[in-house]
Design a protein around this ligand. Structure first.
Ligand code: PGA
Length: 265
C-alpha cells in the first residue's frame, strides 16, 4: 500500500514537472514555409504551451528569426536561433553576432549542434566562446553534445562528453553565476535515424550530467535529450529523472506530431 502511494506521489510530481521543448527547424523549411507554418499555428503554439505548462522554444533559421520573434512577441513562446558567431563584431562575413540576436529579441541559441560541428567545422573552443558571448548578451545557450557511432560502440560516450563539456565549464565557472545553461545530449547516431539509446544508457548519462548541478551550483542547468524524439519514442524517456526537456528536429515540422510530444508529460 505504502509503495503504491509513493508511486502515485512520484507520478504526480513528474506530471507537475516543467519540461522544455526546443523545435529545431534546421533548414527544412524555406522562408515562406517557415512563416506560413508559424502564422498558421501561432495561437495553437501559445495554447499548447499554456495548457501543457511546458516551455516551448522555436528555432527557425536566421532569415526568419526577426519575423517569428515579432509573431510571438508578448506570448509564452520563446524564439531562438540555431547558431551564433564566436566573434563579437567585425570582418566575419556571413555570421550573426550574439549582440544582434539580443537586439532582435531572440531568447535562446542552439550551439555546437553535431551538424554544425560536421559541416561547419565547429570546435569545442569556438563553442565555449559562443557560450560566453551569448551569456554576456543575456541569451540562454542550448549547447549540444553527443558521441558519434564509433565512440558509442567503443563504450567511450562519457569520456567524449566530458571532453566536449570541459571548455564550457571552464569558460562559465564563477563568471556566470545565476545564469541558465541548457545542455542537450544528442547522440549523433540517433539524429534522424529513429534509433534512441536504452533507458539504462540514458540514466547513466543523465545521472552523470546531473552531477554538474551539485558541482556548479551557481549556474542554473537544464539537461535535455535530442535525437529521434517523436510521438512514438517520447514514452521511452519517462524514467529518466534528471531530464528537463527535449530537442526535437524532424518531428517539430508537423504541428500535430509536436503537440503529441509536448502533451505527453
Ligand atoms: P531529429 O533531430 O529529432 O530529427 O532526430 C534532432 C536534432 O538534430 O536536434
Amino acid at each position: 500500500m505504502a509503495s503504491f502511494i509513493i508511486e502515485l506521489l512520484e507520478r504526480e510530481c513528474m506530471s507537475n514537472k516543467k519540461y522544455t521543448f526546443v523545435a529545431n527547424w534546421k533548414m527544412y523549411f524555406t522562408t515562406h514555409q517557415a512563416l506560413s507554418f508559424a502564422q498558421e499555428h501561432q495561437q495553437s503554439f501559445v495554447d499548447l504551451a499554456k495548457n501543457a505548462g511546458h516551455e516551448i522554444i522555436l528555432c527557425p533559421s536566421s532569415l526568419e528569426l526577426v519575423s517569428i520573434v515579432e509573431l510571438f512577441k508578448n506570448t509564452v513562446i520563446h524564439v531562438g536561433s540555431q547558431d551564433c558567431s564566436d566573434y563579437q563584431q567585425g570582418a566575419y562575413t556571413g555570421q550573426v553576432s550574439a549582440v544582434s540576436l539580443n537586439q532582435i529579441g531572440a531568447s535562446h541559441a542552439i550551439i555546437g549542434h553535431s551538424e554544425r560541428r560536421l559541416y561547419n567545422g565547429e570546435t569545442d573552443i569556438s563553442i565555449a566562446k559562443k557560450v560566453a558571448l551569448l551569456l554576456d548578451n543575456h541569451i540562454t545557450p542550448i549547447v549540444c553534445i553527443g558521441e558519434d557511432a564509433v565512440t558509442y560502440q567503443a563504450g567511450a560516450t562519457i569520456s567524449a562528453l566530458e571532453q566536449q563539456l570541459a571548455l564550457i565549464i571552464e569558460a562559465t565557472n564563477k563568471k556566470y553565476a545565476h545564469k541558465s545553461i541548457y545542455i542537450a545530449y544528442e547522440p549523433v547516431w540517433a539524429i534522424g535515424t529513429g534509433k534512441i539509446p536504452s533507458t539504462r544508457e540514458l540514466s547513466e548519462i543523465f545521472n552523470w550530467l546531473n552531477l554538474l548541478r551539485s558541482k556548479f551550483k551557481d549556474i542554473s542547468w537544464r539537461f535535455m535529450y535530442g535525437g529521434s524524439v517523436s510521438e512514438n519514442t517520447i514514452s521511452s524517456f519517462t524514467e529518466i529523472e534528471p531530464l528537463d526537456g527535449f530537442l526535437v528536429g524532424g518531428a517539430s515540422l508537423n504541428f500535430q506530431a509536436f503537440k503529441k510530444i509536448v502533451s505527453y508529460h
